[in-house]
Design a protein around this ligand. Structure first.
Ligand SMILES: N[C@@H](CCC(=O)N[C@@H](CS)C(=O)NCC(=O)O)C(=O)O
Length: 217
């Protein structure tokens, strides 16, 4: 019986990184992955984590770790050292790649949240800023992947696959594949891997979700 609980929401790109990590690190028999509702006063998560965000990892001594990177640190510490996902300061390029993708997810999350507001509450300024940020970072990621980056299956790779998996299914407004063939190829090649295939987010983001472009989804 798993003694730890990883709370997640199926659509969360952050929680997906942690869910993928549990599979990549062979921790499925030690960590139970449980769905939690978000922004819900009755959520199973709140008694353990007042922040109320996923991923959250509840340890067997009652400690709850919140935020993706600390959760990954804990999961890494439980795994075979040869499989560890988080780069250390001795690998600054890998650390930079991981941070860059996390920053991209933050921007996409803000953009997506803005689109889910009623039309009269949306900020065109925020949408314009996040649209530009996402395109700018994705262009650099395309360059990085074309130059051989993201070849290792580390935390940056998990974050990259989760980020664009979110765009692909829940933020279809962003046509991230356009002009980014290396990124698209890396993403497509990742799909059969069990950690990816078993954690696909549901399609759609609610009533404001634009339909995916023809031929996708
Ligand atoms: N900085 C956090 C972000 C996590 C996050 O924002 N998760 C979202 C789901 S994508 C959440 O739990 N939202 C619930 C809320 O904001 O109340 C991390 O790295 O884990």
């Amino acid at each position: 019986m798993p003694s730890m609980r990883l709370f997640h929401a199926p659509g969360s790109p952050y929680a997906r990184i942690a869910r993928m990590a549990v599979i990549e690190l062979d921790l499925t028999d030690r960590v139970a992955v449980e769905e939690a509702t978000l922004r819900d006063p009755d959520s199973v998560l709140l008694p353990h984590n007042p922040v109320g965000r996923v991923p959250s990892l509840l340890l067997d001594d009652g400690t709850t770790i919140t935020e993706t990177t600390p959760v990954l640190m804990m999961l890494d510490s439980m795994a075979d050292p040869a499989k560890r996902l988080l780069p250390g300061p001795d690998a600054p390029a890998a650390l930079a790649a991981y941070g860059r993708v996390l920053g991209m997810i933050d921007g996409i999350a803000v953009w997506n949240r803005e689109l889910r507001r009623p039309a009269h509450e949306r900020s065109p300024g925020v949408i314009a800023l996040e649209t530009m940020r996402a395109a700018r970072v994705a262009d650099i990621l395309e360059r990085d992947v074309a130059a051989g980056g993201f070849a290792a299956r580390d935390a940056a790779w998990l974050a990259l696959v989760s980020c664009f998996g979110y765009c692909e299914r829940r933020h279809t407004m962003f046509d991230w594949r356009q002009g980014r063939p290396s990124l698209a190829a890396l993403f497509d090649a990742a799909q059969p891997r069990p950690s990816v295939a078993q954690t696909l987010p549901p399609a759609g983001m609610g009533s404001a979700a634009p339909p995916p472009p023809a031929g996708r989804g």
